[in-house]
Design a protein around this ligand. Structure first.
Ligand code: 9MR
Length: 502
């Protein structure tokens, strides 16, 4: 997995400008206000503070902090929308990152919080990648789901030879205390235990014959939840599972019974995560099982649990090559799926497993026979919204409002970064006044991108001192329309939508 160091190498070789190129990889994250870099001077002449204040009211507030994507729609119903993501994509792909921040209110690290990344050895931790994700989220007003504290996959190579029945409980509780403790108060919900049921393994209660089960028996599940609650009492604790949408009821019955046993023992468990890995091939099967799926969700809700759709994507391997037909097939499946889950008040949010087809893990786990990339997600590889996106939007618009927003703080936090970036167009002179404030001396990149996330102009790339900065964009050469102004540094990224009119 690429590290922050890789990012800087990429940045130095490509998009980031001259002053940053001189900075050695290791130094960027360690730079302090004492560092001396030449500072390009910004144009300040034609910027008028008064007119800035006056004009800023014309910008619709929801657009100004990125609530005009799917999360914005979800939030109107006190729900949330988010997606799985990872460090490398965030760092290297600006159009993607712009789309991520625009569409999501919550993110989940696809790799960075798994044992194989966090635990180089039985006694050490790697927090760098998870820290990056948490900091990125915080700086962009996004909530974070933690994934995952206890799973039979993604275990480090030392695990099999080191863990035994005498030390396994200690290993698990120590890991959870350390990781949950470190991120206490910053995680909306933790996938505490992932995929513990597999009836075909023929173990007691339909439990999966996982390393954790072999070492500790069923008690590992309770142990994990209690440890997570102790370390981070404010986090919503989730049992996360797949394969409940259409089965012979063996899986869903086993899951429901596990949830019942946990609740009966007063285990701190707050929600079921329904992964939602669906396949376009299963359209008829899904329709035939809809009622059973609905009943399952209601039975879960009857236990007093919330439900989060945690990993939605739609495998398109069964569909012919034609892109339009595939997008319609996948979008149709999203619609069918939403017609069930959005109608259940216990379902509080939807997370897709990736946001864009560009980074779906399905191409490696289940490649298409024709070798074309799969199209399972709401945005295509160019960040253009597809049928699946519109299906989600439709259902967020048409679902009933949930009683309580579980990530209220996101909407508030999203406002904060905009204090650092404000853009006010002056139509009569085709200029846009851009103002931002830096809390400390940083290397910044300020750019104008179009609605597809393509660069239109680099406005500044330099190291700047702490304080307020002004830039004037002359947009006379560009067509009128909607653009995004993006300000980024190694420690934050903020964007603002601007309507440039002439
Ligand atoms: O999408 C993830 C894939 O890239 C990883 O290689 C794999 C192992 O870490 O995990 C995948 O994500 C899984 C998630 O963590 C749990 N539910 C099933 C997901 C898809 O396999």
């Amino acid at each position: 997995m690429p590290t922050r160091r890789d990012f800087i190498k990429v940045a130095a070789g490509t998009a980031v400008g001259t002053s940053m190129c001189a900075v050695l990889a290791e130094d960027v994250f360690a730079m302090t206000e004492q560092d001396t870099f030449e500072q390009d001077s910004f144009e300040q002449d034609s910027f008028e503070q008064d007119s800035f204040e006056q004009d800023s009211s014309k910008i619709p507030s929801h657009a100004a902090f990125g609530l005009d994507g799917l999360h914005g729609e979800a939030a109107k119903k006190k729900m949330f929308f988010g997606s799985a993501t990872s460090e490398n994509r965030i760092i290297t792909d600006i159009p993607y990152r712009t789309a991520l921040v625009r569409e999501s209110g919550i993110i989940v690290p696809e790799y960075e919080m798994k044992w194989d990344i966090m635990r180089p050895s039985a006694t050490t931790y790697n927090f760098a990648d998870a820290d990056f994700m948490i900091n990125f989220a915080r700086q962009n007003g996004l909530a974070v789901r933690g994934h995952t504290l206890c799973w039979h996959r993604a275990l480090p190579s030392w695990f099999a030879s080191t863990a035994n029945s005498r030390n396994a409980a200690q290993l698990l509780t120590e890991h959870i205390a350390t990781v949950c403790g470190r991120y206490k108060g910053r995680i909306h919900s933790w996938d505490v235990v992932n995929e513990a049921i597999e009836p075909t393994d023929r173990q007691t209660n339909g439990l999966r014959n996982s390393p954790w089960f072999r070492l500790l028996g069923e008690s590992y599940i309770e142990t994990a939840f209690r440890a997570a609650h102790q370390a981070d009492p404010a986090s919503l604790l989730v049992y996360n599972e797949y394969g409940v949408e259409f089965d012979d009821m063996q899986r869903s019955d086993a899951i429901l019974n596990l949830l019942r046993r946990l609740k009966a023992r007063n285990v701190p468990l707050h929600a079921l995560g329904v992964q939602g890995h669906i396949r376009a091939a299963d359209k008829a099967k899904f329709a035939a099982n809809m009622q059973r799926f609905r009943t399952f969700l209601r039975d879960v809700a009857a236990l007093g649990l919330s439900i989060i759709i945690t990993e939605l994507d739609c495998d398109d391997t069964a569909l012919a090559s034609n892109i339009t037909a595939r997008d319609e097939g996948v979008g149709g499946m999203y619609g069918d799926y939403c017609s069930v889950v959005m109608n259940e008040p216990a379902v509080i949010g939807i997370i897709t497993w990736g946001l864009t087809d560009k980074y779906t893990s399905l191409n490696s786990t289940n490649p298409r026979a024709d070798r074309l990339p799969q199209r399972p997600l709401p945005l295509d590889a160019n960040m253009v919204r597809k049928n699946a996106w519109y299906a989600l939007e439709y259902w967020f618009k048409n679902t009933t409002q949930r009683p309580r927003q579980t990530i209220t703080s996101v909407a508030e936090e999203r406002i904060a970064p905009t204090h650092r970036l404000r853009c006010v167009p002056h139509t009569h002179r085709s200029e846009c006044a851009i103002q931002f404030t830096l809390e400390r001396s940083e290397d910044v990149l300020l750019r104008l991108v179009d609605v597809r996330g393509q660069d239109v102009q680099i406005l500044a790339q330099t190291r700047l001192e702490a304080g307020e900065h002004h830039v004037v964009l002359n947009y006379a050469p560009f067509p009128a329309g909607v653009y995004f102004c993006i300000l980024q540094s190694p420690s934050f990224l903020v964007s603002e939508k601007i309507l440039l009119q002439k």
